[in-house]
Design a protein around this ligand. Sequence first.
Ligand SMILES: Nc1ncnc2c1ncn2[C@@H]1O[C@H](COP(=O)(O)OP(=O)(O)OC[C@H]2O[C@@H]([n+]3cccc(C(=O)O)c3)[C@H](O)[C@@H]2O)[C@@H](O)[C@H]1O
Ligand SMILES: Nc1ncnc2c1ncn2[C@@H]1O[C@H](COP(=O)(O)OP(=O)(O)OP(=O)(O)O)[C@@H](O)[C@H]1O
Ligand SMILES: NC(=O)CC[C@H](N)C(=O)O
Length: 682
Amino acid sequence: MNEFFNLYRHGFIRVAVAVPEVRVADPAFNATHTIQLAEEAAAQRAVLTLFPELGISAYTNEDLFHQQALLESTEREIKRLLRETSFLDSILVVGAPVLVDSSLYNCGLVLHRGQILGIVPKTYLPNYREFYEGRHFRSPDTTTRNTIEYCGQEEIPFGTDLLFNVRNIPNFIFALELCEDLWVPAPPSSFAALAGATVIANLTATNLTIGKADYRNALVSNQSARCLCGYMYSAAGPGESTTDLAWDGQALIYEAGECLSKSSRFDLESRLTYSEIDLDKLVMERTRQNSFTENARVLSDYQRFRTVHCDIQLTDGELLLTRQYPRFPFVPSGEKDRDRNCYDAYNIQVHGLVKRLQYTKSETIIIGISGGLDSTQSLLVAAKAADMLGWPRERIRAYTMPGFATSSRTKENAWRLIKALGVYGEELDIRPACNLMLSDIGHPASGGTGDYDVTYENIQAGQRTSTLFRLANMHKGIVLGTGDLSELALGWTTYGVGDHMSHYNVNGSVPKTLIQYLLRWQTVPGRVDEDTRNVLLDILSTEISPELVPGKSDADQPSQRTEDFIGPYELQDFHIYYTTRYGFRPSKVAFLAYNAWHNKEQGSWPDIPEEKRNQYTIGEIKHWLEIFVRRFFARSQFKRSVMPDGPKVGSGGSLSPRGDWRAPSDSEATPWLEDLSRIPEN
Ligand SMILES: Nc1ncnc2c1ncn2[C@@H]1O[C@H](COP(=O)(O)OP(=O)(O)OC[C@H]2O[C@@H]([n+]3cccc(C(=O)O)c3)[C@H](O)[C@@H]2O)[C@@H](O)[C@H]1O
Ligand SMILES: Nc1ncnc2c1ncn2[C@@H]1O[C@H](COP(=O)(O)OP(=O)(O)OP(=O)(O)O)[C@@H](O)[C@H]1O
Ligand SMILES: NC(=O)CC[C@H](N)C(=O)O
């Protein structure tokens, strides 16, 4: 089972981007450094290692490129490079000037196990301002050859139409482009991606001027996002000529718009930068985003590509990710991002509700307040919506409805919140009505047997909802829903006549971990008044509970603990995100969860107090993931198929059948459970 802990078993590849120290016009020195870095990258089990543009000769040779001695020395050193790396299990991409007949081309060479798999000339040669490539190199369409001889090897595929397919790693197809190729309106990589390349390697030499680093990052980020690909970028650095320019040398690794790894700049020594590209994710994104394939249909140029095949030896054994997976995919850990996300989330929720109130010409908002997280969030949103519409806060009618298991702490918090926000409040005891129904239907608990089953629970949730709907009729209002995305995913809600239903629900696409964070965000001093802040802090530290089954009446915390039944929300939200957003199989979700959650000392946390920071073993992850899989795939879709209207909030998605998630209410969980069995217990 050790193989489970190997990233190559889960659709990832480890790649390396090298920024070597070079000497101008010294191929022997440059090849020696290239060999050393290639060996190091292979030892780290990277399957693809990228070097910069013209790295074997150096980029800044200017008219020296037209010297026979330099060109011949370059070819000799590439031969040595081929010999000395022939035992490595890594594909190398190096840059060199290659003479074909009487034309010199600025090329990327793909080397593996002593062979040149292909040579790709640069398409767009910059010849403006500080660049003079047109003086030294020729455009690829100046030759009709599609194979060449180089380093004593014949019939090497040559051209801008090459894809490299690593057959024994599913979906690993890469293509090259060189520096300026990325700066044009329609880069060669766009066509390579449409032709099937999942990874683009760009050999670059880009001098630095003030502010240019950000621009380069933006280009790489954007191209990887548009092409739904991994994008590796190696910019020449230490040792390039500073006669007229300066070189900061930067390695970048991006995946679909996200920066996975970025080197420091202005280093004096050679450096390797690593990360792992998720090929599964790229393929699933392309599968889902139909416009990607539509683009290929419209732009037929992608059809010109040829494929060069190879295989690579993979070593077994444990190999975890170096890239960090955030523990809370719905909650960014950086403060600036979190502020922006919270601002957006509130405004989306408020905006959604305002429109519905205007359209329905509602005079009131009706809401049940439990003193728990979800109804608190909905009430805060309602208050902001009322303010925006210029309503007096009393038009929000908040009802706290104690039942058989309501604790004094949550009831008090419900009242404190109602008062702090200045909304209308009322207390309605649901127990008499619930007792009546228990007895009407002949339920044993009506005789005081303590038979606390699901019927007993749902009668209470149903009574509250039934009451709220009739209050809405009476007060010309709409019932504001509270149920969150995590509850919908797990089916942890009472169907129909229960907390599942409302006239409009602002929380339906907000997972529990984000609700917690949105509430915590409000407690930053200055955001809300002191009374509201204090009650929010107490609500945040209250155990999450449906409070439907009685326990010890004097207990400080509610007696029923939701997370004992359905699992820790922080873990279930992680499972929800990767299952619904990317369609990953359970064993992959577990591998990601393990990387994110197995050691609480590793990686960054959003602002979560030390004592609330948890970690999970693979056995615990498997246990809760199985509960998620069963509940999500086999037991709860019928609740999502008829969920109330409400806005999509996060890019992680919504589970609305009118939005991101359409699924049958009568499907099985068999394939997911089969795959789950691949996850080890420990
Ligand atoms: N595919 C399908 N299509 C149509 N109907 C289907 C169905 N699968 C089950 N059903 C029917 O649905 C009913 C079961 O669903 P339902 O009545 O909802 O009941 P159920 O899902 O069994 O129970 C609700 C659960 O949610 C918990 N809860 C309730 C309220 C609030 C909270 C909270 O903490 O926020 C938690 C509560 O503790 C309980 O465990 C059964 O009558 C079943 O026959
Ligand atoms: N005692 C109560 N008084 C009024 N409404 C309630 C009460 N208990 C539950 N509700 C209503 O039912 C909904 C679901 O109840 P539940 O206890 O699951 O949610 P919550 O307390 O808001 O949040 P959480 O699930 O995070 O504890 C609540 O959001 C609330 O609208
Ligand atoms: N080597 C290149 O193609 C460099 C050109 C690119 N526009 C840059 O300034 O970085």
